[in-house]
Write a protein that binds this ligand. Sequence first.
Ligand code: GTP
Ligand code: MG
Length: 611
Amino acid sequence: MNSLVRRSAQQLSLWRTYCVKHNAPEAASSGRNAGRPNYEEFIGRHQRQAQCSIVVQVSSEKSYAELYNYCSSFGSIMGAHHYCVRQDETLHYILLEYATSDEAAAAIGAGVTNGELSGVPVRSPFLWFRAAGGGRRGPKLVANTAPALLSLDGTRQVDQGHLLGLLRGAADIEEQVQQLHEHTRLNELGIRMRFLAALQVQQAIAGMFPAAQAQPFGSSVNGFGRMGCDLDLILRFDSDMGAKSPLEAAVPSRLVYHTKENLSNGRSQTQRHMECFGDMLHLFLPGVCHVRRILQARVPIIKYHHEHLDLEVDLSMSNLTGFYMSELLYMFGEMDPRVRPLTFTIRRWAQTCGLTNPSPGRWISNFSLTCLVMFFLQQLRQPILPTIAALAKAAESGDSRVTEDGINCTFTRNVDRLAFRSRNQSSLSELLLQFFEFYSQFDFHNRAISLNEGKPLSKPDHSAMYIVNPLEQLLNVSKNVSLEECERLRIEVRNAAWVLESEVENASVPEGDGQELSWGLLNLFKHPEKAVIRPNMFFKPRMVEVSDLFEQKEAGATSSTPPTPAITYKSASMRQQVQSIKAATRSELKQLRGSGSSVPASSPKNRRSSR
Ligand code: GTP
Ligand code: MG
């Protein structure tokens, strides 16, 4: 820690540069985020954008000018983004945004069904730009007025080698953290695509459920998402997700819809509805594939892959607390410009040392890890974040939100109302080191972490790790974490503190051939291979290992690898589920490995067909 004291003057100047760079002088001095959209405004803006947008599959980005001219006949195109979906072959798409939703609807309405396929004709914002004349001879549009594409290959994830090069070439750890955040966070196009996926579900059921809303939440919208993150989606039949308008609160209409009464209890009814929606998504929605129903979980979900958006989706229909929790995290991220880069770095570190894993299990989830970071920032002597109790205390009547199962999610949506002002001027490298030091000494054995109070509490049970669920305070967010995993976390934070301490001690960047050397964060991120395959030695054997689910040829096994024993499935549906899990796991592995993946792609070639 001495080195940190020595560097305090330097930190102050770094912090000032930092605030200027991030255009948030207010945030730096007062903890406010004045002038920036709040969560509901952010969500609302993206929902409107999605309603004005269509996605068109093209043969390559070269088709853009012709597509632009063709689609301009339906309205004014405000912007166009190109992206690729890389599977067996590279597929090209262009997302066009019109000035109004009516114009987008006109473009969708002008579409025709693909006569070559026998599928059910479904209207959706996902289209295909076929050759001029639809196979018959017709005029080919030549364009010369199309404005430049706003993105080209806009969802391509930064190449691992390039990222490491950037980190090596950074001036200091501070800049490494910033670079990592800049180059790996979910970009604007990624957010737009996620809102389009939500809108597709919402529109698909709008006829029968005009008030239904499919709302993204989680890392896709809370500002902690990285490129390629999954989409968490909640589907609600009512529109009861935000503040009540004064009109709604006024005298209700005397005309009441006839409604079918639920015959079973809430949970089994939800499961039944989800089964039904799962079938609908699977059978009718273009792009939706590998649908899996996980209905016995605490929050039942339907998982699917969207092949036109290259996106994994988790759809739930109950539990709005996840949605409000995302709002809390969004607010925390907005309150101070250090919060997101710090969290990104810690999430990346946890991934590279194998502490987190995309699939759920006995290890800490990204969400729990994010809670650890938020708590750390709350409990500092000079806190950077306020407690949730303070946010709840500052709530006004318009902030009242209570979920259908009575969970109170009321807290102020206007941080300006808080008396909280952070005077903490620590740099990102200091905070990172302090984070590791804090958790190397944290008494996980006896203490629980409470973001509501911003201080440790006595642990109410014997869970290895206890993080009080901020919105359902009787629950433990990290209940799943095993003793071994908690212990591993403690070992890894100690190692990280040790590595970082020596990095800060030798604060100067290596001279000369420093580009070749590993320093700073690179020394923290030393084991990327662990992120892909978890070491089995830490776990008791599972009933079926994930590796068992891959046939030898799929796993790229060499001839020296012993053959995997064939698995006999008792039921065809189990077999089908396993196939789906295999496909999804492949896609997750591919995401983890980046574009240089050696994992074979699984989806069928023809993306144009509605599967
Ligand atoms: P990645 O998907 O790993 O990028 O992170 P994520 O933040 O999206 O996590 P995840 O998909 O597991 O969960 C989605 C969101 O649900 C989280 O961001 C939280 O807002 C919310 N959530 C997840 N678990 C809990 C929980 O135990 N309690 C509450 N209140 N919310 C939760
Ligand atoms: Mg998520």
